[in-house]
Design a protein around this ligand. Structure first.
Ligand code: NAD
Length: 436
């Protein structure tokens, strides 16, 4: 099939590449000329494991092409995916200007029947609005489908190739049949394609993300309470997670959720409710608790240093909002860096993939180390913000020599408390006893 993907970020590029991998002829369109030039030269502009191999293979097979021209995109695809940003607007709602602006342009370019697929995360009613916007420019027949994306950065290729489910929201049988044909190769193991109306599909995505954010936040509150009563969240987690109704995943406490989805999606769902006079109390609490959790290490650090961190140096391991991505949107590390800098501290950081993005934000205000060991040289404490595998088993003797003093604030509970005590570290983590 001929497919166009408008917007080639984390979702669009993975979508385009994986659809090319199953034999479709895909044109990826992006407004960012630099990005398109890079892709035309065979360079993947983001870090996403396993994407590069598929990307190269499909470019070589001429099934994956790139353009900055929406006109070419609209002409090329029988199915046109919109994988455009829907960032947080000033009031918490989803900014739909990218999606609706593009819909308007598509309306002006439409010459024959197309299926316009909304892959961006958008509030309930957006498919209807996209439809109205396109219709205002043309009488040509088209269908709009809501097809929310559930991939996780870091596992995006695998998630796309082997999705647990595919959600298709449409009231057009013609469009549903085309979508089923497109997705058939991805559900050979029997995972479902769930067909529903557009509104339910749009809400499914927000409900899923808000539920996951709530699960994380609930566990963070349990962790905070563990510290108050002297319980160990790791043990509580193991005890809870073995209950199949709860499940083991998404129960790891830490310094809050970040990323390009959970924060904005929870806020957007909350705002959608508010606009309709419905107060999502639970989401309000999730937003509030997560904001506090992101900075929870700061008062601890200040207390340890007798409320005077001016001139102290902090090493930070991990900047991305989670491992296996270079995405730093809403990453807790950014909030910690900002707080430390505002209090006059020095910061030296290391992350295997996210440093170029952090450099764009902080420039020369902080030091960028070549590796994790260099980041800790002459630092007064180490702060762990992202659970990259390479931070899990450091050489603690080396770390002690490198740091000015053996102090770790671990926002991701990477180490065993007893071991840290034996190694002679002051070790503060989340929901567990502080040792040292
Ligand atoms: P992104 O910011 O990584 O990519 C968006 C791309 O769209 C950018 O390359 C940008 O240059 C391009 N763009 C902007 N305006 C354009 C235009 N008018 N024409 C063509 N290209 C344009 O965003 P993303 O992370 O891929 O997310 C896209 C959507 O998917 C969002 O709604 C997001 O909530 C949703 N989503 C994201 C994830 C994720 O893990 N990142 C997962 C599921 C759903």
């Amino acid at each position: 099939m001929k497919v166009s993907v408008i917007g080639t970020g984390y979702v669009g590029l993975v979508t385009g590449t994986c659809l090319a991998e199953t034999g479709n002829n895909v044109l990826c369109v992006d407004i960012d000329k630099k990005k398109v030039d890079k892709m035309k030269k065979g360079v993947v502009p983001i870090y996403e494991p396993h994407l590069d191999v598929l990307f190269q293979r499909n470019i070589k097979a001429k099934r994956l092409n790139f353009s900055t021209s929406l006109k070419e995109g609209v002409e090329h695809g029988d199915i046109i995916f919109l994988a455009l940003p829907t960032p947080e607007d000033g009031d918490g709602s989803a900014d739909l200007s990218y999606v609706l602006g593009c819909a308007s342009d598509i309306g002006k370019l439409l010459k024959c029947y197309k299926v316009i697929v909304d892959k961006s995360t958008v509030p309930v009613g957006t498919a209807e609005r996209v439809c109205e916007v396109i219709s205002s420019h043309t009488d040509v027949e088209f269908d709009v489908v809501s097809n929310p994306e559930f991939l996780r950065e870091g596992f995006a290729v695998d998630d796309f190739l082997k999705p647990e489910r595919i959600v298709i929201g449409s009231s057009s049988q013609k469009a549903i049949e085309l979508m089923e044909k497109l997705y058939k190769p991805f559900v050979r193991s029997g995972n479902p394609i769930i067909i529903m109306d557009e509104k339910s599909a749009e809400l499914t995505k927000y409900a899923a993300n808000s539920f996951l954010a709530t699960k994380i936040t609930f566990m963070n509150e349990i962790a905070n309470f563990c510290e108050k009563v002297g319980a160990d969240v790791d043990k509580v987690r193991a005890g809870m997670g073995t209950d199949s109704r709860i499940g083991k995943r998404f129960l790891f406490p830490g310094i809050g959720y970040g990323g390009s989805c959970f924060p904005k999606d929870v806020k957007a769902l909350y705002k959608s409710g508010k606009d309709l006079g419905y107060e999502f109390d639970i989401l309000n609490a999730v937003i509030k608790v997560n904001d506090i959790q992101k900075k929870i290490l700061i008062p601890r650090i200040e207390t340890y240093f007798n409320n005077d961190i001016k001139g102290k140096t902090f090493a930070i391991w991990g900047l991305a909002f989670k491992p296996e991505t270079d995405d730093i949107r809403e990453a807790p590390a950014l909030y910690i860096i900002e707080a430390l800098l505002s209090k006059g501290a020095n910061v030296q950081v290391f992350d295997p993939e996210a440093m170029p993005n952090v450099k764009l934000k902080f420039g020369n205000q902080i030091l960028y180390a070549l590796n994790k060991d260099e980041a800790t040289v002459n630092a007064d404490a180490l702060i762990i913000c992202t659970e990259w595998s390479l931070f899990r088993t450091p050489d603690f003797d080396k770390l002690k020599t490198s740091l000015n003093q053996p102090v770790i604030f671990d926002g991701r509970n990477l180490y065993d408390i007893k071991e840290m005590q034996q190694e002679g570290f002051y070790y503060s983590s989340i929901g567990r006893e502080t040792k040292g």
